[in-house]
Each structure stands twice: as structure tokens, then as C-alpha cells.
Write a protein that binds this ligand. Sequence first.
Ligand SMILES: Cc1cc2nc3c(=O)[nH]c(=O)nc-3n(C[C@H](O)[C@H](O)[C@H](O)COP(=O)(O)O)c2cc1C
Length: 221
Amino acid sequence: MEIFQTVTTRRSIRRFKPDPVPEPLLREILEAARWSPSWGNTQPWEIFIVAGEPLERLRKASRQRFLDGIIPEPDTPMPGVWPEPLKQRYQGVGKKVLTALAIPRGDEEARLRYRGDMFAFFGAPCLLLFCVDGSLAREYAMLDTGAIVQTVCLLAHARGLGSCILAASVSYPALIREIIPIPETKAVIIGVALGFPDKETPVNQFARERANPDEFTRWFQ
Ligand SMILES: Cc1cc2nc3c(=O)[nH]c(=O)nc-3n(C[C@H](O)[C@H](O)[C@H](O)COP(=O)(O)O)c2cc1C
């Protein structure tokens, strides 16, 4: 796939086929993704790859924790407030997802079910947990992590896989550590759900929106 096409057609996948991600394919993606840039070539990322039985355990427990109303305690606190126009964009994508899933505004039960699915990684057969050492300057380590996360998502897309970067997936790091031996000294930054996309389903097809470059650029030349 040509790089411009890869970048512009990658989208967050919120329904996956159950087929596992072939290990050689994931290895090929990681082999290329390691060329992502990082501060001083420090490459601070550590990726925990979760699939099969441990993933099923984590999926079930994470969904349950959400449905039980347990307050998320992610290693990176989630922002509570967004200024405009960011708030509108955030709400906009939420509305699009619910519309695509044909969940009406007042249907709290269906909404809860959907959010439960999100905490269950949308049924993806693989979850990549991106971590950094807790001793590192978090801001730059996160910038570096963002670079490799996007690279992995693009490479996955180029190879026919779908991904969804999921803050929801790292809401309960203590639970993650009960199932996956991630040391307390590591911060769990973000999860990426990975698998073959269900291309037919509307939630993977709705039109996405972006600001025009003129809205976020100032030129001085
Ligand atoms: C750091 C980060 C965290 C995200 N967390 C979630 C999440 O918890 N749930 C979700 O459905 N999408 C999540 N997303 C996906 C965004 O909603 C998505 O990237 C955005 O709406 C743009 O849509 P696109 O990826 O389809 O182009 C996250 C994306 C990023 C970059």
C-alpha cells in the first residue's frame, strides 16, 4: 500500500473477526516498527503482547470491572475536561459510533453494553500493551511511545489488519498486572487492539472527520 493511502485510510476498528493474528505477521510488523524515532534513539517502549487464554481472562475481568462501576485508575490520568472545539470533536465521534451501532440516545442499557465491549477490547484477538519504565521522564517517553504506536497501526493496516488505540484498555493496570506479569516499576501507557477487521459492519465504516490543515497551521515564510 502506498504510504499516503495507508495514512489516510487507517481508521479505528471497533469490531474484529475472531481469527488470531498470525505470529509471523505480527513479528514482521514489529521488525519494521522498531525503526520508529525516539528521543536520542532511547527506544523507551516495552510492548507486552497479549492473546489467547490470558487475553480472554483480561477481557472478561476488564469488562466486568467496568460494568461493576469500578472507577478507572490508569497509570496516565485521563483528562476530565476538554476545551472547545476539542470537546465537540470528542462528542462527535462518540455520536457517530453510537449511530453506526444503531444505539438510540436514551438507550442506556445498549450504551452500557457498548462501553462494556470497549473495555473488552472490541473482541480483538490480540492486545498490545505499550509500557515505559516508571523512572523515565514521562512526557518524552510518551511522545516516543506515540510514534511507535502510530507506526504499528499503520503497518498493521498496510498488511490488512485493523487496530484501535484504546485508553479504555489500560483503565485498570492493577488488574492487568494480576494477569500479565508487568512489573510495578513499568507504567502501562496505552493498549492497541489488533486483529482482522470486520469490514462490513457500519461501526467500521462511518465517515470520519478531521479539521482542515488551515485550521491548525500558521505559516511564517
Ligand atoms: C491515545 C488514544 C486513546 C484512544 N482511546 C480510545 C478508546 O478508549 N476507545 C475508543 O473507542 N477509541 C479510542 N481511541 C481512538 C480515537 O477515538 C480515534 O483515533 C479518533 O476518533 C479518530 O478516528 P480514527 O482513528 O478512526 O481516524 C483512542 C485514540 C488515541 C490516539
